[in-house]
Design a protein around this ligand. Structure first.
Ligand SMILES: CC(C)(COP(=O)(O)OP(=O)(O)OC[C@H]1O[C@@H](n2cnc3c(N)ncnc32)[C@H](O)[C@@H]1OP(=O)(O)O)[C@@H](O)C(=O)NCCC(=O)NCCS
Length: 142
């Protein structure tokens, strides 16, 4: 996957997930995973990776990251809108670290509402370099 290295680089600016290159390539090759990106010329300045759970009629946002030099320019909002527009009849859900207050503000500003807590959500082996932590579950209101 030609953009895996740029995703990997951007990932270092996120506390949510730290996938390795193999995981990124395998995720993006999966039928149920949809990745969206925003570029400035050839540079990937923001991406979102989501997982479609057809049986639950849900799209789960796995990670969304904007390069620090490009923040507060509504790139994150555009990425959320791209995901929301994939299917307007499907629920959009994001699990976010309890400690990620700025991410929670960002989601709240984009019409997401906190609906619950998932204990120790961030503990999977494939999320390396991060600490076990509860997640707030945010759902897009529409
Ligand atoms: C969270 C993140 C994706 C936001 O991307 P962004 O492109 O800067 O966000 P936007 O410009 O679309 O912000 C939309 C609104 O969210 C709120 N917001 C976003 N970042 C904020 C911040 N650092 N502090 C306060 N409010 C913030 C603001 O209300 C903003 O609107 P405003 O600028 O008119 O006040 C980005 O900061 C990031 O990559 N963070 C690290 C990764 C992360 O935490 N990901 C999980 C997010 S669910």
């Amino acid at each position: 996957m030609e953009h895996a290295n740029q995703i990997l680089e951007l990932e270092t600016h996120s506390s949510e997930n730290f996938w390795d290159k193999h995981a990124i390539v395998s995720l993006l090759g999966s039928d149920n995973v949809i990745g969206v990106g925003i570029f400035n010329k050839d540079q990937l300045v923001g991406f979102a990776i989501s997982f479609v759970e057809y049986e639950k009629a849900t799209i789960q946002i796995l990670n969304i990251v904007v390069h620090p030099d490009y923040r507060r320019k509504y790139i994150g909002t555009k990425l959320l809108n791209k995901i929301a527009n994939i299917n307007k009849n499907i629920a959009i859900v994001a699990a976010i670290r309890e400690s990620n207050k700025l991410g929670q503000i960002f989601l709240s500003k984009n019409k997401f509402k906190a609906t619950g807590v998932s204990r120790e959500f961030f503990k999977d082996e494939w999320v390396s370099g991060t600490e076990t932590e509860d997640a707030y579950i945010f759902v897009l209101e529409r």
